[in-house]
Structures are given as C-alpha cells and as structure tokens.
Design a protein around this ligand. Structure first.
Ligand code: AMP
Ligand code: ZN
Length: 484
C-alpha cells in the first residue's frame, strides 16, 4: 500500500488510483530560459522516485507521467531579442525556438545525469495554445472570466473554493500577497489568462487579439488534454502552492466541473542556501551543470537529495557530497560493473516499505546500509537500483574516477572547520577571519551556515593531484597547530 501526504487534506492518506490501469501524474516543469539550478532538480529527483514506485506497483505500462516545458516567458523573449539585435539571423519566433531547444537539451542532459527517468510526455506550452484558447473561451462562457483591453482575467470571486489548497481565504491573500492592481481588473485578486503581445513579443491570434497565455492556464490546459478532467497526482515545489496551484485548480475546476482535477497534491520543500530558498531572483544559486563541471557526479547529487525527506527543507554541502561519494564508491567497488550484478527479483520490503510510506527515501537508504552490513547483496542491489542508483557503467566510471579528497585530508579540513566554528561561537572574529583568509590562500573556502553550522568548498578540485594533496595536508597541519 502506498501512503502519500496530500497537501489538499493535510493528511497522509492511502493512495487509491482512479484507474489502476492508467495511473496519472503531472509535475510542473521548468521555464526553459536558462540552465536549471540545483533547487529545480529537487522535484525532478523526488518525483522520479514516485514515478519508479508507481511503475513498480502498477506496471511500467500503466503509469502516465506528464512534465511540461514552459516555453512562453519574457526572459526567453529577451534573450531572443538580444540575439536578433546582435545580428543573429532569423525571425523572433525562430530565435525563441532556438533558445528553448537549446535550454531543453541542457535540461535533459542535466536531469539524465541525476538518473531521472524521462516522463512519458513532455508537452511544450507553445504546442497547446489552441487548447488554452478553448479553455479560456469556456471560462468566459461560464462567467468565470472576462475580457478587457486585450486581456482576459479569471474572476477569482466566482470560484467559492479558491484558497482551499493553501488554506487561506481570499481576503487573507489580498492582505498578504503582492496582488497587482490594474485598470483592466474588476478585482485585484483576478489573474491573467491571456495578455496582449506587441510586435517584439511572440503572439498568437485569438478572439481577444494577438497575444499570449498567462502561465497558470498552460498547466491547466496541458493536464486536461493529456490526463483528463480528473487524474491522480499533481506535484511541484511548495513555492508553487500559491498562487500557481490555486489558480490551476480554479481554472480547471471551473472549466471542467464534471471532473475533480487532481486527487492528491504533493509538494516538495525547498533546497536552501543559508536558510533562504535557492532561486535565480535572489542570485544565491548554482546550476546542476556547475556541480557536474566541478567533477561531482550526478549520482552523488541524487544520493544527497535522497538523504533528506522531500517534505523537509535541505542544504547542499560539500561535506554531504563527500560522504555520498564515499558510499557510492564503496558500493560500486563491491558490486563491480553492472553486467556482474546479481540482483534479487523482488525489491526488498526493507526498501520498498519506506518509499511507499510517503517517499521516505532517507529510510530507504538506511535500509540499504543494513542490507549491505548483513551481506544480503542481491537484495541490496535490487533496492539500490529501485532508488535509481547503481544502474549504469557510465555512472560507475564517473564515481570511480571522480576526484576526491583523501580521508586524511578530509578529516584535517573538518578539524579546521570545527576550530573555526569554535572561534566564531566565542566571537573571536579576528582569529576566525584570519583562519578563513589562510584557508582561502590554500584554495579552500569556509562558508558559514545558520545555526552555527558551517561548510567548506574546494576551490579547484581539478588541481588535486597527488603532490597537491600532500602539500595541502602539510599546510592544513600547520594551520591546525597555529589556530587550535
Ligand atoms: P521554475 O522554473 O522556477 O518554475 O521551477 C521549476 C521547479 O523547480 C518548480 O517545481 C519549483 O517548485 C522548483 N523549485 C524552484 N526552486 C526550488 C528550490 N530552491 N528548491 C526546490 N525546488 C525548487
Ligand atoms: Zn503548473
């Protein structure tokens, strides 16, 4: 039995699919204007585990997983326009297509590196404009939307249950949210379904003039088209719960009152940097590609994600990556290349049960350690593969060849980090700062996290050859003596 924490009811519930012969899930996908940052990868990995679980329980041919590409966006337009102005050949539409193709290619490469299976369908918003227009027409006809000055707006007060997902009333939301007041709105809460495009923007002909869709209607139209008016699971990051998911529910339920839209809502918590959500707009981000380029294998990133339950916020730290890499190296050395793996036919219940219990991946990893310790290697291999680990020789080569700090070096750095924390805790700022400077000089950056925790990163792992390792060890010994 699968149990999932449904955001809609705020309870962990037994999962009962509408149709076990076709279990349907939708995940809000990326806006393809640039490389995905590490936070964007978290829902992909978390819900990849869910997809694998559903395929295991209901059969691979009985699960439909839709994850969209949002390829209508002002930042995409801006890049295309800048390229055109810099002399790139082609129409604006062609340059936009070029930019989104490029970004989707990067996205696939990066998410493949994390061992995420490709969804069954990856619709692009721009291929569903006609369906969006039809849905908007239906909403107008039903009194749930109105057109004004080339815009179409959703009439939020026409949907009584608005706010139920996030548990807020419309009035609370007006008080708390940055709602935009505009002359074409009846009510400041109303949100855009369609907006006009000028000549420098991509546009489609519509009953309301040349324009483009709002973001929320994209997901409603694509999920209806590909999964129907009622489907099983809708997932995404918790940052999308309001307004994006509230708006999706309002649109879909008003356009298709015969359906129930999504039965179960799942939300992953955020990947954070120093207590704040990693995001492009805060500028506190690094991309998946940055990590891969630093020599951190995608399998390590996946392992680190699995170590935290999806419902909890998490940090990325170099220390976690180091620990994960050591486990993976040991496992790959234990099992050898995939053609030699001997794998039990059934996923062991020790691994399957926690995953079925609201995707408790830390519990599943703990079970893998137990199976390893007990010498139950066939079950261990089966459990690891079920979690999307130890599946390909390409990943094995990445783990075995990835540059790593020796255990000795690692423990010396941890020693320094502890001394640094101690000095900071005692407010010996000068000593702490000169230690930080001395570490930077040998290529290691100390980073303060909240709650007196800390982290470090190696500035250039490519230079870590043997002679560099031993000279680093000597410098660290000296610093340990000086600052203890
Ligand atoms: P976006 O392209 O910003 O719409 O985000 C794509 C997906 O990444 C959405 O499901 C977001 O909820 C998710 N997301 C964005 N930032 C983070 C983060 N810091 N941690 C976890 N998920 C995130
Ligand atoms: Zn969405």
């Amino acid at each position: 039995m699968i149990r999932l924490h449904n955001t809609k009811t705020r309870r962990k519930e037994a999962f009962v699919p509408l149709d076990p012969a076709n279990v349907r899930m939708y995940l809000c996908g990326p806006t393809v204007y640039d490389r995905a940052h590490l936070g964007n990868a978290r829902p992909v990995v978390v819900f990849d585990v869910l997809y694998r679980l559903l395929r295991h329980v209901y059969g691979a041919d009985h699960v439909t997983y839709v994850r969209n590409f949002t390829d209508v966006d002002d930042k995409i337009n801006a890049t295309a326009l800048a390229r055109q102005q810099a002399g790139a050949p082609g129409s604006l539409e062609e340059l936009i297509r070029e930019r989104t193709e490029e970004t989707i290619g990067w996205y696939h490469a990066d998410m493949d590196a994390l061992g995420a299976l490709r969804p069954s369908v990856e619709p692009r918003a721009t291929d569903y404009i006609a369906q969006m227009i039809a849905m908007i027409e239906g909403l107008i006809a039903g009194g749930h939307a109105y057109a004004k000055d080339g815009h179409v707006l959703f009439r939020v007060r026409s949907y009584k249950a608005y706010g139920a997902l996030s548990g807020r009333s419309v009035d609370d939301m007006i008080a708390g949210a940055r709602v935009e007041v505009a002359p074409f709105k009846e009510d400041p809460m109303d949100f855009v379904l369609w907006k006009p495009s000028d000549d420098e923007l991509p546009g489609w002909d519509s009953p309301w003039g040349r324009g483009r869709p709002g973001w929320h209607i994209e997901c409603s139209a694509m999920s209806y088209e590909l999964l129907g008016a009622s489907f099983d699971i809708h997932a995404g990051g918790i940052d999308l719960q309001f307004p994006h998911h509230e708006n999706e529910i309002a649109q879909s339920c008003c356009a298709h009152p015969e359906g129930g839209f999504a039965q179960v809502w799942l939300h992953n918590e955020m990947l954070q940097v120093e207590g704040k959500k990693m995001s492009k707009s805060l500028g506190n981000f690094f991309t998946v590609r940055d990590l891969l380029d630093q020599g951190i294998p995608g399998e390590v990133i996946r392992f680190v994600f699995l170590q935290t339950h999806y419902g909890k916020p998490m940090d990325w730290t170099a220390e976690k990556a180091q620990v994960a890499r050591n486990h993976l190296r040991r496992w790959w050395e234990l099992l050898g290349p995939v053609e030699y793996h001997s794998v039990s036919k059934n996923v062991p219940s020790e691994v399957l049960n926690p995953v079925s219990n609201d995707l408790d991946t830390p519990g599943a990893l703990a079970a893998l350690f137990q199976l390893e310790k007990a010498g139950r290697f066939e079950e261990f291999a089966s459990g690891a593969k079920f979690l999307g680990l130890l599946n390909s020789n390409e990943k094995r080569a990445e783990i075995l060849s990835s540059k790593s700090l020796s255990d000795a070096l690692n423990s010396k750095i941890e020693g320094i980090v502890r001394i640094w924390i101690e000095h900071r805790r005692n407010k010996n700022w000068e000593v702490a700062d000169s230690l930080k400077t001395a570490m930077r000089e040998i290529g290691i950056e100390l980073v303060a996290l909240k709650d007196n925790r800390s982290d470090w990163k190696h500035v250039d792992p490519d230079e870590l050859d043997d002679s560099r390792q031993s000279s680093l060890e000597a410098s660290l010994d000296e610093l340990l003596r000086r600052f203890r």
